[in-house]
Design a binder for this molecule. Sequence first.
Ligand SMILES: Cc1cc2nc3c(=O)[nH]c(=O)nc-3n(C[C@H](O)[C@H](O)[C@H](O)COP(=O)(O)OP(=O)(O)OC[C@H]3O[C@@H](n4cnc5c(N)ncnc54)[C@H](O)[C@@H]3O)c2cc1C
Length: 450
Amino acid sequence: MNISRRAVLKLSSALAGLLLTSQAVASDEKKTVKKTPKKEEAFIPKAKGPRVVVVGGGWSGLSVAKNLKIFAPKADIVLVEQKDIFFSCPVSNLWFVDKVDLDFLTHDFLQAARYGNYLYFHATATGVDKKNNILHTSRGDIGYDYLVLAPGIDYDYSCWNADEVLENRLRMEYPAGMKPSSEHITIKNKVQNFKGGNFIITVPSGNYRCLPAPYERACIIADFIKEKKIKGKVIVLDENNDITIKPKGFHTAFKELYKDIIVWEPSTQIEKIDLDKKVVTTEFEEYAFEDAIFYPHVRGAKILEIAGVAKDSVFNKLEGDINQFTYEVNGHPNIYISGDARPMGFSKSGNTSNTEGAIVAKRIAAKINKEKDPEWDSPTTLCISEVGVYPERGIFITTQYKYVKAEKTFDFDKVFSDENWKGQPGLDKGENVYGWATSLYIDMFGIDKG
Ligand SMILES: Cc1cc2nc3c(=O)[nH]c(=O)nc-3n(C[C@H](O)[C@H](O)[C@H](O)COP(=O)(O)OP(=O)(O)OC[C@H]3O[C@@H](n4cnc5c(N)ncnc54)[C@H](O)[C@@H]3O)c2cc1C
């Protein structure tokens, strides 16, 4: 085929045009690729007053948000919480054996926010730009005047030298049940389907979340085993040399109520966990198990580390790096850390976190209202544990804290406890736990579901 010179010229100019256009497109694309994408802003109303963003809708964050609106009504409060339902760890041990139903434990963040007159923003906090006062979240950025981090705890499996496989198997197959709520559902199924053999419960050292919870669990599972006439034992492998709280009450319950069921092994370091053979090896013994709850050490929740506000404390790794009297992050006085993520040796409990939330709210409100800094105030720990469920029998402690200068640490103060569970069954301290929980649910959510 003959192609005329004219046709060739036409074709080459068309090709040149095409080439130029595609180069232009490519260079435009490069420009777009090079451009730093503008960070998305969270789709929330503009702040009408000083904005306080609270990360974590647990026992502390809910209390900070609600109380702040009371103490500083002009504050504009946003609560950032990654979950869409509140599940109560307190009282969950009783749910394992059907003493309460799920409705008692679960609550509604929307209700809490309507009641407290703040905004609930369902998202995960992913980072903090401390220089520009911006919280990054999975649903966009939020600028703040004050930021409160109340994200609770995470687990630290390094205590057992667990590699990725073991750690993930432990998390999935033998969860600690110290963070809500799938873990608790797994544990409930374990308890309800237990057919016999050894049920291992581990107790970590350090200032772990809810000191009495593993001992209370041991008692409740032991009572369930007794009631259902299951041939089983509860083996408590405790890293501590004594029961860490309400020792008299738990010791007497172990000895007198569950002599043939609970085996309590103090000062026990686990050296190996073999999940295929279902054997735990300690310094001195091997324990075969049918089922287990492996509770590792605790650390501050991951967001503290990501935000660069975490530091090893005397007790645990990566807890809040704060001034222990004001709750302000060191070097960043407009950021606060509250609840179980704190580094002080207060009992990591819901009551402590809730009362502390009000204290932190007061401190921030004083700044917003341009008032004098409040005096240091102690949070209050109030803790009722059940040592039996058939019938219910309880023990109890309440304490505040004081600073011991010589030791540069906080200690219990004004302690009142009653560890005698032998009172009239059912009518004594045991059932008071429901009243206590209900009053705190009302405090945080504003309704009495009962
Ligand atoms: C079995 C058990 C029994 C207990 N019994 C009692 C009891 O009887 N009495 C008592 O006083 N206490 C009890 N506790 C302890 C109590 O549950 C905790 O101390 C309390 O929950 C601590 O409150 P917090 O607000 O610090 O943390 P949490 O309640 O854990 O709240 C932290 C919140 O932060 C959210 N969060 C974390 N990271 C992010 C992020 N990056 N972005 C968004 N959200 C985030 C989490 O989803 C969570 O909702 C018990 C605990 C357990 C496990």
